[in-house]
Design a protein around this ligand. Sequence first.
Ligand code: PHE
Length: 346
Amino acid sequence: MFEQLDQIEKEAKAALANVQSLDDLAAWRTQWTGKKGSLAQASQSIGKLDPKDRPAFGQRFGAIKQALSEQEATLESRLQSAALHEELEEDAVDISLPGRAANIGRLHPSTQSLRRIQHIFAEMGFQVWESREVESDEYNFELLNMPAHHPARDMWDTFYVQSDDPQQKVVLRTHTSPGQIHVMRTLNPEPIRVILPGKCYRYEPVSARSEMMFHQVEGLVIGRNITMADLKGTLANFARRMFKDDVKVRYRPSYFPFTEPSVEVDIECFICGGEGCRICKKSGWLEILGAGMVHPTVLRNGGYDPAEWSGFAFGMGPERQTMLRYDIDDIRWFFSNDGRFLEQFG
Ligand code: PHE
């Protein structure tokens, strides 16, 4: 009997020396120290012993059991920490790998350009006004001195919006100029110095040069004794601040139904310095905006008596100016949501 216990101890220890994993250990336990293991089985033979030998057997049994469980516990904690270590090693993050920079985004080039324009005019005392994008035919055309069937309407191909009112056509504004009437009707009889930035829409085939949606910045100044000299000074100052300190500015006669006289404003081409190149189409000049003295009819429609008041207005396209500035060959880049284009404007 005693020899059997010794034998079990020897074999169990030898088997424990071969245990490599927690799974092995569980199997070892079942075989040797578990409820139905060899040790438990051997203990049952205590009944067959001479009663006087039983205490010694019991002691021996207890000692072996304790020794085995101590060894088992030590091994178990070693295997557990080895397993944990292995798991950590597998999941390890390579901290020497360079990180991926977070993409924090940036302002759209049109927004950047609008902000630049607003900043320049704000320094000259202009306030920023916002006006609606969905307009009536009356505001987009009629009050701007273009009655129905006026041929000048052909300058603006128009999106008409379905409306229930047969008397009043509703349009997507083709320019920011209807905002002039809203400002005048709101502020009269006060003098006015505002810019109106916003989106416009034109029913035109989309091409490298024209989008169906784009931005404009309208400007309106109304006061007593406002003259063409004010227009020229303001816009020349704007061009210098926007493009280059010593940029040359040229005023060309033009036509708009809501201004008289009307001009188109060009700057000397900053690519070729006036020599003539691809960007300025060999002319040496780049057109940046349309402007003029507010037409008496328009002043009247806004509630200002042209005998007492005068003013000037202008309209410019920030996308066009950005295209000139950065030599962008296609306006469609602006609104096609292509990150490769947008991320170049930091
Ligand atoms: N509204 C004109 C356009 O869209 C620009 C303009 C505005 C011209 C104000 C003169 C005065 O072409």
